[in-house]
Design a protein around this ligand. Sequence first.
Ligand code: SF4
Length: 763
Amino acid sequence: MTTEKTACILCSRNCGLTVEIENGKFTRIRGDEDHPLTRGYICQKAARLTHYQSHDDRLHYPLKRQADGSFARVSWETALDDIARQLVQIRTAHGGDAFAFVGGGGQGNHLGGAYSRQLLAAMKSRYAYNALGQEKTGDFWVNGRLFGSQTCHTTEDVEHADYVLFIGTNPFQAHGIPNARDTLRELKKNPDRTMVVIDPRRSETARQADIHLQVKPGTDAYLMAAMLAIIVREGLHDRDFLAQHCTGFAALEKELLAIPVADYAQRSDIALADVERVARGFATARSACVRIDLGIQQTLHTTLNGYLEKMLYLVTGNFGRKGGNNLHTFLLPILGNTDERKTRKGKTLKLTAHHRMHPIAGIYPPNILPDEIEHKGEDRVRAIFVDSANPLLTYADSGAYERAFKKLELLVVVDVAMTETARLAHYILPAASQFEKWEATGFNLEFPENTFHLRHALFPPTGECLPEPEIYTRLLEKTGDIPAAFPRLERIARLEPKASAHLLYMGALGATLARHTKWQKFAASIVYRTLGKALPEGAAAAAPLLPLAMVYAGMHYRAVRRAGHQGNRLTLGSALFRAIMERRSGTVLSRHEFSDTWSLIKNRDKRVHLAIPEMFEELRALQSEIMPGAGFPFILMAGERRSYNANQIYRDPAWRKVDPHGAMRMHPDDARELELVEGARATCTSARDSINVVIEIDDGVRRGMVTLPHGYGMRYGNSAPIGPELNRLTSATHCDALSRTPFHKHVPVHVRKIVETAPEISA
Ligand code: SF4
């Protein structure tokens, strides 16, 4: 038996774990007390990780689809040769934009992303689609306008705030904040602190809150606008803060003063007195922050919601301070900055062929991809790589995805498991699991202290599975984009003394890339093939962390030193890299001061630019808006987070201790009217399609609303779908106009009882 350190890979917290392993299996999983951020905390989901590591859908060998639809085992050599040849043909015949990359990453799998993105560069394409494009890009867009770059991402200091507003989030189940359940307990038991939850359902978090505003689904924008209007009318905004750190407040104030507060409170179905109480409490607290999530990001007014929640903490001066909201740093650059206004000046932002959609933070919305494939023009998408994602189940409108993916000339899926998407692929390339390779997450999103956890391999790869860095590097070698070896760089990497600052290697790498500029886009694979060989066995994938650590240490020199890393301007990055490589429980990257938030703003004047004309326009349009959903008696909140659902990497239904059907929650009065009882079967029908569900009675759900969990619908081992296939109901057109984020939390539906008919008895 061995005891090892690793991390949970089921949500963005990536809690540190101490695991015991015997005969190639986890035998015990505990929280890792040495992890600098999570300090031993875990939730119940981590204990079931064995169901991810070994299950019947795991892939073992590369597979090629045959004419009859079955799959045959092929060698890596054959698969990669064939794929490389087809990619080059498509690039030559149709240009790079005939190629799109989907997914890449996941909750714990971001190191591979540095390698897979190179394939886009090799194909001369910019079409990167991933789940962030159907969840967070509205938020990124607003950040770009406020702070000067879509890479400016905010975090919230819930642990130290006196007043916390949770809007459209249920941290008890969804986590997303440090050690969520402990943090909620601390908030609840301190009489000097206030927890407010804005959620249409009395969630597990709402049950612990001081105040729960059970808002009508889809009306969060009205409620937040009303709160802001009250704050400004009553002069509770922070004038000094606004004058010192912001521009555009006068224009914003004018918009807010025009808001009909009582009408908006009524529209959101919250008593005016409660709206006033929360607005005043938030604005006058010593410190206050806002934590939001998909509840307001995947519902009506996605982007406007993102703007208004940020205005709450900015107008009240709860930004750049302890207990407020802040910006944070990234080690892995998972977000880009793609400001669509640049197209007006003839710059190079790429619009999609059919929808003429621009990327946000470098990401295109999955909502439009089926149309981009089915588009009749010569410039349609013809080839797709799907990596660590299952679009057929997880992106809106499964039917459209099925139809479109069947029309592709080349579909390659890189995954650990036979997913619903993989079943349509021409080639399936088996990836090593997250515990069979060195890995890391890019979701290190904390401030003022930021951490990073590089995990080492715990098991040898299953069958012939390969880590993604090896798959993509071999592919680039086969397409001829990089040579098979870099002997000089490799020699220098091996010669350089272990404790050196890597200056010799970095110098040689810089000179090589300056000489061969076309290789610059493939630096990750070049570093992998050279420096990677000088790293401990199996750790080559981590090699690109050296240049990233150097850049990070250069940008945040004082904060990195404050975190205890030793070195001067030349050597600090290398010291940080060594700490990342050596500390099995993760390392603190940087320790900032709250005032550093201002240096992280990308606007030249280091101020927040509050006036965004597009948002003002949307705010004004609220007054005359008619809520969608007429003719449908229920609003479905699709994708609820529960105690035993997770992302799609848990395929084996045996991992669940409860809720095997992913039941539909419904208010008892609604159930009574439909003659539905606990455990009854019903159909749920949207404008798009219909699925069968099992009913769970829950008086925490508002009347007229029903909920279904995400993470179901898989066909484990060729079974029928297990639980709801949510995206049969969702539509790509019911979405935010600006970001194209689907309104998963506001799907108009009918629910009808299934009347079981008795079998006929033959004579
Ligand atoms: S699922 Fe639970 S244990 Fe795993 S990372 Fe998230 S909070 Fe931590």
